[in-house]
Design a protein around this ligand. Structure first.
Ligand code: PHE
Ligand code: FE
Length: 298
């Protein structure tokens, strides 16, 4: 099997997720002509499989935006073409990158409405699971909702908030990161037709698309900013708890206040385990906890 590759890992950085690779910060032109037939086939397989699964499971906004952008199973999209549609809709631009960026660079991109997209796609033997974000996760998972004006504003506000939290210190950053995790990556939204997925980490995973909505094991709890900021999360298993927003407007309004006093107040409070239901939670489902591994919350 042949895939487009380039030397990637350049250094490592200690984070709350352990020792993680940090890639070059350079923006790279998408090397579209270098994608192999296998690369396009991987995109097609994943696209078809997820779209089929996500009709009736992902939020309407997400599915609609994918169509509107012209993403299809046919072939790996060209960032340039997506940018014409995306720029006209919400002013966002996709920029190609090698992979994960140092936090401050990432925040700066978001604050300026640039979304970094990993240019390479996983190998065929990684179809079901890959630890690091690749193009399928970034492009299929994150990019569609940037077409939604409210969500697009939320992401830019998050970037500005990240620059601020970075200056305040590591604890503030940890609290803000949990918000990203439980919304942008693993968020659910309540609709008239029932719960739907909007988090990129879920929509880009077959297993978690089913688990997050249909399994009896995880908790599903109403969005609460401070509760989320206190809650540890899972990076190597499905989430033990999913948080449910009522609308993107609610998300925007709840995160509009200055977080500085919130970060300060949270310093005195304990972190919460990923899987525990708390007094005061708005519980959609209290999970059975079946199949959960002990330990390992970050
Ligand atoms: N209101 C936040 C702050 O003052 C910024 C933010 C907005 C963070 C939206 C996340 C999402 O830091
Ligand atoms: Fe992601």
């Amino acid at each position: 099997m042949e895939t487009a590759t380039a030397p990637r890992r350049v250094e490592h950085q200690q984070t709350d997720k352990g020792y993680v690779p940090v890639y070059t910060t350079a923006i790279v032109e998408q090397p579209w002509d270098s994608y192999t037939a296998d690369d396009h086939a991987t995109w097609s397989t994943l696209f078809q499989r997820q779209r089929e699964l996500l009709v009736g499971r992902a939020s309407k906004e997400f599915l609609h935006a994918q169509d509107e952008m012209g993403m299809s199973a046919h072939m790996i999209p060209r960032f340039d073409q997506l940018n014409e549609v995306l720029g006209a809709a919400t002013g966002w631009t996709l920029v190609g990158v090698e992979g994960l960026l140092p936090e401050l660079d990432f925040f700066d991109h978001l604050a300026n409405r640039r979304f970094p997209v990993t240019w390479w796609i996983r190998r065929p033997d990684q179809i079901d699971y890959i630890a690091e974000p690749d193009m399928f996760h970034d492009l299929f998972g994150h990019v569609p909702l940037l077409m939604n004006p409210v969500f697009a504003d939320y992401m830019a506000a998050y970037g500005r908030g990240g620059v601020k939290a970075h200056a305040i210190g590591p604890e503030a950053l940890q609290h803000l990161t949990r918000l990203y995790w439980y919304t942008v990556e693993f968020g659910l939204i309540n609709t008239d037709e029932g719960l739907r997925i909007y988090g990129a980490g879920i929509v880009s995973s077959k297993g978690e698309s089913l688990y997050s909505l249909e399994s009896a094991a995880p908790n599903r709890i109403g969005f609460d900013l401070e509760r989320i900021m206190r809650t540890r999360y899972r990076i190597d298993t499905f989430q033990k708890t999913y948080f449910v927003i009522d609308s993107f407007e609610q998300l925007m309004q709840a995160t509009a206040p200055d977080f500085t006093p919130i970060y300060a107040a949270l310093e005195a409070k304990e972190h919460l385990p990923a899987g525990e239901v708390q007094d005061g939670d708005r519980v959609f489902q209290k999970g059975t906890g079946e199949g959960w591994e002990d330990g390992g919350d970050v």
